[in-house]
Design a protein around this ligand. Structure first.
Ligand code: NOJ
Length: 747
C-alpha cells in the first residue's frame, strides 16, 4: 500500500509543470485587478502593502497592536502572518469581509519542513539528492497547510551556505548552486502544485534575496561583502531557478551587500528580479527589515526607510508599519508617484485573484478538509521515507552496520535517545489542536524494530549542554552489559536556526567525553549525531565504530533511524555541505579556485595555500556518504572529444553494484574549465544521477554536456563558454573521483 501511494505521488510530481494562469485568464485577472484598483482610495491601496503578525505565534519581535481588527475592517491590512487553522483564518477573513471593498487577506506562514507532519530539516532533505522525494515533501506540506487556511509559505530558503557557523544553514540546500537550484525548483513546484488557485497548494516565496548566507563571520544578519561575479555565479542561480519555476513571491534578505541593504536594493529587486528576470509576482520584506534600514544607517527616519525600500521594489512591508505610516504622505508630497503604488498593489491583488480569493475568500477554510488532510496516514509514510533518505552514513568500521535484529543486548545511551520534540528541529509549526505528541523517538523506533528477544538497556549519560558527568557511571554500567552501544548525541534543536550562529562547532557539553568514557567498556559504539548544521567532532570520527549523521529528521525520526540501523533501508544520502575538521578551516567548500600556490597534499604544503597547523582536507567532503554496498564505475566514453558550438557530448559509463545488497548510488559529474579568461574552480558539480541497483546489477548511464554546463560569467559578467580544454570528473563524491577524461570546446 505504501508503495502504491509513493508511486502515485511520484508520477504526479514527474508530470507536473506549473501552469499558472494562461494568457486569456491573465487578461481577465488583470482586468479584474484594474477594476478593483480604480475603486481604491490611497489609504486602501497602501493597506494592501501592509502585513501584520497575528497575536499567537511569533517568529520575530512583536509589535503590540490592539487596533488590528479595526485596521483590517478599514482595509488597511493586506496580509497576516502566523495565522493558521481554518477557524483562526476564517475569523480574520470575516473581519476583512466587513471592509468597504471586501478585499480578502492573504495568510502567510513559515512552512519550512512541514505543517502538521514534520519532515526532516531542509539541509537534511537536500542530502537525499532526491528531487522527487523533496518535491513530494513540499507537496504534502502544501496539502496540509492549505487545508488549514494558509495561502502562502515563506519557503524555500535558497541561500547558498558555506559557513556552518551561520545557524540558518539548517534551512537551505547546502553549498552548491547547481544542486540548490535543482532542489529549489522542485520545492517551488511541490508547494505551488500544477495550477494556481487549486485548494491543495500554497504560494511559495523565494528567500532571502540575496546572499544572506555569506554573512561575514557566519554571524546572522551580518553584512556581506561580495564581488559581482560571486553573486551571479554562486548566490543568484537558485533564485533564478525559482523564477523559472514561476515562484509567486520573493522575500528580501536582512543583510546588506557591499553596504546596500537588500530591502532597499534596487539593483537586486528592480534591475535583476523585476526587469531582467521579468518576475511578475510581489516582493515582501523580511520581518521589520524596512524599519531596520535605520539600524543599517542608510535611512535617518521611518519616512526615509519607507521611501528607500518601496522605491527599490519591495512591495509589502512585513511588520514594520513604515509603509502604512509613511507612504501616504510620501505620495502626497510627490516623493513617490502613484503609479509605483499601483504597480505594487496590482502585483498583490493579482495573486489574490489567482488564488481565487475574490470569488471565495473562505476557499481555504474548510474544516472537514482540514481534518482529512491533517490525518492522512500516507503523510507519515512519506515523512519516514524522506527521513531514511536524509541520513548520512559517515563511518562503518568492519561493517558493524547494519545490526542484526536479533542482537541480544543493545545499550541505548545519550540525551537524545528518548527525546521526541527535539527531532522536529528548528521551524516546526505549532498546529492548533495537535499537541505534536506524534513524534517517534529513537528509543521507540528501535524498540519496534528489534526481535522480541532483544534486550534494550537505557542510560541518559548526560544532558545536551551542561557539564555534569554524574550520569557517566550508570552509562558505563549499561554499556558493559550490552553487545553493542548506540550513543545518541548532538546539538539542542534550537542551536541551529535564525539568530543561532555559533563560534564553536563542537558537540556541546560533555557528550564527546561520554563517548571517551564508554570506549573503556570495550564494546562497539555506533554514534548518532543529531544536529542542524555540520559540526566538528574529530574525536568521534576517530573513535566511534560507526557514525550516522541524522540531522533532525522530523516526526518519523525514530523509525527512519531504526530502518537504517537494522538494514531495512540502505543509507543513500550524500553531504551537501563540506564538514570542516576545525572552525579555523571555515569557510571551506569544494568548488574553490586553484590559486597561484595550490595546496597539493598535507605532506607538501610549503609556500602553498594551506594552514601550517591544519590539514588542507575537510573532515568529510561535499558529496560524501557511505552505504551498505559498493559500486564500481567503468567504461567511460565520450561521444566526441571535440565539441563545436551548438553540439553536445554524450558521456556514458557503466555502474555496477559490486556489493551484497541492493543500494542507491549518487553518481556525480564535475567539470573544470582548465584555462579561461578568469580563474575557474577546481571542480563544479554539473550533473548527477541517483541510481538504484540490485546486487551484481550493471547499468549504463548517460549524461549530456551542453554549452550551458560549460558557461561562466566573464569579466564583463557575460555568460560565456570559452573555447579550450575541460576536465570531466565522475565520482562518488567531490574527492572520490573514479573516472576522468578531457575534452575540448572548439572555436
Ligand atoms: C524572519 C526570517 O528571516 C524569515 O525567514 C521568516 O520568513 C520571517 N521571519 C517570518 O517568520
Amino acid at each position: 500500500m505504501k508503495k502504491l501511494g509513493v508511486f502515485l505521488a511520484t508520477s504526479f510530481l514527474l508530470s507536473v509543470i506549473y501552469i499558472g494562469p494562461g494568457t486569456a485568464q491573465l487578461n481577465t485577472i488583470n482586468h479584474r485587478v484594474d477594476s478593483v484598483l480604480q475603486l481604491m482610495t490611497l489609504e486602501e491601496k497602501i493597506g494592501q502593502l501592509n502585513q501584520y503578525n497575528d497575536d499567537w505565534e511569533v517568529t520575530g519581535p512583536v509589535t503590540i497592536d490592539t487596533a488590528k481588527a479595526s485596521q483590517i475592517r478599514a482595509g488597511q491590512v493586506g496580509s497576516l502572518l502566523n495565522c493558521v487553522g481554518t477557524s483562526r483564518t476564517r475569523h480574520w477573513q470575516e473581519i476583512a469581509m466587513q471592509s468597504r471593498l471586501k478585499i480578502p487577506l492573504l495568510f502567510g506562514q513559515d512552512i519550512i519542513h512541514g505543517y502538521k507532519t514534520t519532515f526532516p530539516i531542509p539541509l537534511a532533505e537536500s542530502c537525499s539528492w532526491d528531487l522527487e522525494a523533496i518535491g513530494r515533501a513540499a507537496r504534502i506540506s502544501a496539502e496540509e497547510a492549505s487545508a488549514a487556511g494558509v495561502h502562502w509559505t515563506f519557503a524555500p530558503m535558497l541561500d547558498i551556505a558555506r559557513d556552518p557557523r551561520w545557524g540558518r544553514v539548517v534551512e537551505g540546500a547546502g553549498e552548491d548552486p547547481y544542486l540548490a537550484s535543482k532542489i529549489g525548483y522542485a520545492q517551488v513546484i511541490g508547494f505551488q502544485g500544477s495550477q494556481s488557485g487549486d485548494t491543495t497548494s500554497l504560494m511559495a516565496c523565494a528567500k532571502h534575496f540575496a546572499a544572506y548566507g555569506a554573512a561575514v563571520g557566519g554571524r546572522d544578519y551580518n553584512s556581506v561583502d561580495m564581488s559581482e561575479r560571486q553573486l551571479w555565479e554562486t548566490y543568484l542561480p537558485p533564485f533564478k531557478a525559482a523564477v523559472e519555476a514561476k515562484v509567486a513571491t520573493f522575500m528580501c534578505a536582512f543583510n546588506d551587500i557591499n553596504g546596500v541593504p537588500c530591502t532597499a536594493n534596487s539593483y537586486l529587486l528592480k534591475d535583476i528580479l523585476k526587469d531582467k528576470w521579468q518576475f511578475n509576482g510581489f516582493v515582501v520584506s523580511d520581518w521589520g527589515s524596512v524599519v531596520q534600514l535605520i539600524n543599517h544607517g542608510t535611512a535617518g527616519s521611518e519616512r526615509e526607510a519607507a521611501l528607500q525600500a518601496f522605491t527599490a521594489g519591495c512591495d509589502m512591508d512585513m511588520e514594520s508599519r513604515c509603509y502604512k505610516n509613511e507612504l501616504p504622505q510620501l505620495v502626497h508630497d510627490g516623493n513617490i508617484p502613484l503609479v509605483y503604488i499601483d504597480d505594487a498593489v496590482r502585483r498583490i491583488l493579482r495573486k489574490k485573484f489567482e488564488l481565487g480569493l475574490f470569488d471565495d475568500p473562505f476557499k481555504f477554510c474548510n474544516a472537514d478538509r482540514e481534518q482529512r488532510a491533517l490525518n492522512d496516514p500516507s503523510h507519515a509514510a512519506s515523512a519516514r521515507e524522506m527521513a531514511e533518505k536524509s541520513i548520512v552514513l559517515l563511518k562503518n568500521q568492519n561493517h558493524l552496520l547494519p545490526l542484526s535484529k536479533d542482537t541480544r543486548t543493545i545499550a541505548l545511551i545519550g540525551p537524545l535517545i528518548k527525546e521526541r520534540m527535539q527531532n522536529k528541529g528548528f521551524w516546526d509549526v505549532i498546529v492548533p489542536g495537535y499537541d505534536s505528541a506524534y513524534v517517534v523517538s529513537q528509543w521507540e523506533g528501535i524498540r519496534n524494530k528489534v526481535s522480541p528477544g532483544t534486550k534494550l538497556l537505557y542510560a541518559k549519560g548526560c544532558t545536551l549542554d551542561d557539564e555534569s558527568r554524574d550520569g557517566f557511571k550508570e552509562a558505563m554500567k549499561v554499556a558493559k552489559k550490552a553487545d553493542v552501544v548506540i550513543l545518541s548525541i548532538g546539538e539542542r534543536r534550537d542551536m541551529s536556526g535564525e539568530a543561532r550562529s555559533r563560534s564553536n562547532l563542537n558537540i556541546p557539553g560533555v557528550q564527546e567525553e561520554l563517548l571517551k568514557t564508554l570506549r573503556d567498556a570495550g564494546k562497539p559504539v555506533i554514534v548518532l549525531i543529531n544536529a542542524g548544521r555540520p559540526l566538528v567532532f574529530s574525536y568521534t570520527v576517530q573513535n566511534a565504530d560507526a557514525i550516522l549523521y541524522t540531522w533532525w529528521l522530523g516526526d518519523e525520526a525514530g523509525n527512519a533511524i531504526a530502518d537504517v540501523l537494522f538494514g531495512d533501508y540502505n543509507p543513500s544520502a550524500r553531504l551537501t555541505m563540506t564538514f570542516p575538521r576545525s572552525v579555523g578551516q571555515i569557510p571551506i567548500f569544494y568548488s574553490h579556485l586553484n590559486t597561484g600556490h595550490p595546496a597539493q597534499s598535507d605532506s607538501s604544503r610549503s609556500y602553498s595555500s594551506a594552514y601550517i597547523d591544519e590539514s588542507i582536507y575537510p573532515e568529510f567532503e561535499f558529496g560524501f556518504g557511505l552505504g551498505y554496498t559498493t559500486f564500481q564505475y567503468s567504461g567511460l566514453t565520450l561521444s566526441t572529444k571535440k565539441m563545436t558550438d551548438g553540439e553536445k557530448i554524450i558521456v556514458s559509463m557503466e555502474l555496477t553494484n559490486t556489493g551484497r545488497c541492493e543500494g542507491e548510488e549518487t553518481v556525480q559529474l564535475y567539470l573544470r574549465d582548465l584555462v579561461a579568461s578568469v580563474a575557474r574552480p577546481v571542480m563544479e558539480l554539473r550533473d548527477f544521477q541517483k541510481v538504484k541497483l540490485k546486487s551484481g546489477e550493471t547499468r549504463t548511464l548517460e549524461f549530456i554536456i551542453d554549452r550551458d554546463k560549460l558557461s561562466f560569467y566573464d569579466q564583463q559578467l557575460n555568460l560565456v563558454a570559452e573555447p579550450g580544454m575541460f576536465e570531466l570528473m565522475i565520482g562518488a563524491s567531490s574527492r572520490d573521483i573514479r573516472l576522468r577524461d578531457k575534452f575540448e570546446l572548439s572555436e
